[in-house]
Design a protein around this ligand. Structure first.
Ligand SMILES: C[S@@+](CC[C@H](N)C(=O)[O-])C[C@H]1O[C@@H](n2cnc3c(N)ncnc32)[C@H](O)[C@@H]1O
Length: 256
């Protein structure tokens, strides 16, 4: 199975150790509580990565099944399941094709997982997976790269530096936009230096990201038997605009 998160995954938690997973989980939890019509017991997470959101959501009392395409990301998540007292489970799977007989009151897919589905067919397939697993009236919470902001701001080269006791990591992200396909190739070069030996490893990986527009999102949802309840800027809840790179949508599956 091909995935963008092959070598990159070994540095993922370090690269995002400054990410506000605590605040993000509180935000998602508030959306779950506000928009769910029935009490939520079980949540399906598509693209659960190293399992940080899932772990925090499970700590809040929900059962979470995480589905992840990358074996190395999944391996980093697994110990969290073992420590969760049965609240948390992770499995290898593809958000486009994953199927289980279980149904969920909510599906979540966080940190741009939808934007990793770069073709129309992939996006449609992921929406079908969501709809298949949602109970009628259940909700789907996801975020994605917002087209108007990507086109207005244009992706720029970014450098990120992070370290822990053992290694220091420099990540250079150079992006190429392909306007005709609504995708951006983010070319990552990672230099990881082991502090003790001063040895440096270089890793190169390209992540192709699809930016999306609300009319596309609405069409994808409608075709999969869902509808959009809200679209807002991720975390701030502001109205999306040309400054809003990450938009969060709450959608609902049609009743009956
Ligand atoms: C930016 S990471 C986000 C991980 C996690 N949700 C988080 O917030 O830390 C995107 C994740 O989506 C996964 N992913 C992308 N496409 C996928 C697919 N079709 N099925 C399952 N996982 C997928 C990647 O392997 C990666 O772990």
């Amino acid at each position: 199975m091909t995935t963008s998160f092959g070598l990159y995954s070994q540095y993922y938690d370090l690269l995002y150790k400054d990410k506000d997973y605590e605040g993000e989980t509180a935000y998602v939890k508030a959306l779950l509580e506000h928009y769910a019509t029935d009490p939520i017991a079980q949540i399906l997470e598509l693209g659960s990565g190293t399992g940080i959101h899932a772990e925090k959501i499970a700590e809040a009392g929900y059962g979470v099944l995480g589905v992840e395409l990358s074996e190395t990301m999944l391996a980093a998540a697994m110990p969290k399941a073992a420590q969760s007292g049965g609240k948390l489970d992770f499995t290898l799977g593809d958000a486009r094709t994953f199927r289980t007989d279980r149904r969920f009151q909510a599906v979540i897919s966080l940190f741009h997982v939808l934007s990793y589905q770069t073709s129309d067919a992939d996006l449609e397939a992921m929406m079908e997976t969501v709809s298949h697993h949602l109970e009628d009236g259940g909700i789907f919470i996801f975020d994605f790269w917002y087209g108007p902001a990507v086109l207005w701001q244009r992706p720029s080269t970014r450098v990120k530096r992070l370290e822990n006791d053992e290694i220091s990591v420099v990540r250079v992200a150079e992006s190429v936009i392909h306007d005709a396909e609504n995708v951006v190739d983010v070319n990552y070069t990672i230099f990881a230096t082991e502090k003790l030996s001063a040895k440096t490893e270089m890793v190169c990986e390209t992540h192709r990201m699809r930016y999306l527009f609300l009319n596309e999102i609405d069409r994808l949802l409608t075709n999969a038997g869902m509808y959009r309840v809200i679209a807002e800027e991720w975390m701030s809840s502001s109205t999306p605009g040309t400054e809003t790179w990450g938009v969060c949508v709450v959608a609902r599956k049609n009743a009956g």
